[in-house]
Design a protein around this ligand. Structure first.
Ligand code: NAD
Length: 360
């Protein structure tokens, strides 16, 4: 069956890194004669400039009918003072909400050759390979009631941290299944010592573990996980957490591997439809200079092959080509520790050459 892919380059380096990713995608389409239908649309600030909105109804409709959305990045200082509902970031929220993308998968891994780029000592960080599964559409970020009350003394602000059983089960299922495909270790992270919602989360995740007898389940308090991620990150395989703690932990994990330009992410719904994007933003400070690292975007394509396009084999090939690329000493500016580095536009052709060599 034809697979539909929507490419949304966005703003700043989003356009540069998606262009490199597209080259790899088109190479694989030709090599494998893949039956893919590809569309490309503006999103974020560039969509606002042309259509007065960061996400048009037409783009949203194409996204809803796509198997995979490959998203670059949005935003930039020129749009920082716009009204809230037309700011570039609203496009992301609109897509996540309308597609019901509740599961955010953020791998954090290190190529040992790049260990010196990590803020941690080599022996702590070597062989890092963890996956953080963050609940993305619930918890305190969306809980009601919420608000700021100004007509009482003292004034106050409040939010509600809430998870129902179904929301916990569906994210835990994604995490257990991911663990089954990896080292079969799952750590569920919350604050069950102080929050009822966390106690409830822990009880549901524990209950589900009987469906996955091969997965070794542990529970940890979020503050301890933040510390452990820095002290001994290799103790983890898969971590599952709610929206708030997952937000913090995935950023800590992203920092461990040195450059944000290396790390992909996937946001999935229950029909395996997904949006795949690098962890970084539009990097206005380097946009247009041709020095952005497109590897996070290219590994996001690998995640799309794995989770939404039913071609895990191609995901593994892209990942292995990137490993070879790094082992050959090829470096973009952000991961180079010398004055020698290659330009963004040189990355995809090198990776395609490796894919070709490995295919022959
Ligand atoms: P950023 O991730 O864009 O940049 C942080 C730093 O990392 C910058 O110094 C940048 O040059 C560097 N960097 C990021 N990606 C890189 C890459 N691929 N190669 C080399 N270096 C890279 O974060 P920021 O500066 O806080 O935000 C810039 C804009 O991006 C803001 O408008 C923000 O709202 C937006 N943003 C968008 C997303 C998204 O679209 N998902 C995510 C985060 C930030």
């Amino acid at each position: 069956m034809t697979k539909k892919i929507l490419i949304l380059p966005g703003d700043g380096i989003g356009q540069e890194v998606t262009s490199s990713m597209s080259e790899v995608l088109h190479y694989l389409i030709d090599e494998q004669s893949l039956d893919f239908q590809i569309s490309e649309r503006k999103v974020g600030g560039s969509s606002y400039e042309e259509f007065g909105t960061p996400l048009t109804d037409e783009t949203l409709k194409i996204a809803q009918n796509s198997d995979a959305i490959l998203f670059g990045a949005v935003g930039g200082p020129q749009w920082d003072n716009l009204e809230w509902d037309v700011r570039p970031e609203q496009a992301l929220l609109g897509l996540r909400k309308s597609l019901g993308l509740f599961a955010n998968l953020r791998p954090a891994f290190l190529f040992n050759e790049l260990a010196s780029a990590s803020p941690l000592k080599n022996h702590i960080i070597e062989d890092l390979d963890i996956l953080i599964v963050r609940e993305l559409t619930g918890g305190v970020y969306f809980g009601e009631p919420r608000g700021i009350v100004e007509n009482e003394t003292p004034k106050y602000g409040f939010n509600t941290m809430i998870y129902n059983e179904d929301e916990i089960r569906r994210i835990a299922k994604v995490a257990f299944e991911a663990a089954m495909n990896r080292d079969k270790k799952l750590c569920s992270v919350e604050k069950a010592n102080v929050l009822e919602v966390s106690k409830f989360w822990r009880s549901i995740v524990s209950e589900m573990s009987s469906d996955y007898p091969e997965v070794e389940l542990s529970h940890q308090l979020a503050d301890n996980t933040a510390m452990q991620l820095v002290l001994n990150p290799n103790q983890y395989d898969v971590i599952v957490s709610g929206n708030l703690f997952g937000d913090m932990l995935s950023d800590i994990a992203a920092t461990l591997s040195g450059s944000i330009g290396m790390l992909p992410s996937a946001s999935l719904n229950s029909s395996s439809q997904g949006m795949f994007e690098p962890c970084h933003g539009s990097a206005p400070d380097i946009a247009g200079q041709g020095i952005a690292n497109p590897i996070a975007m290219i590994t996001s394509l690998a995640m799309a092959f794995e989770y939404s396009l039913e071609r895990v084999d191609l995901a593994r090939r892209i990942e292995s080509a990137i490993k070879i690329f790094i082992s050959k000493g090829l470096r973009t500016k952000d991961i180079s520790n010398s004055k020698e580095f290659i330009q963004t536009k040189e990355v995809a052709p090198s990776i395609i050459n490796i894919l070709k060599d490995e295919h022959e």
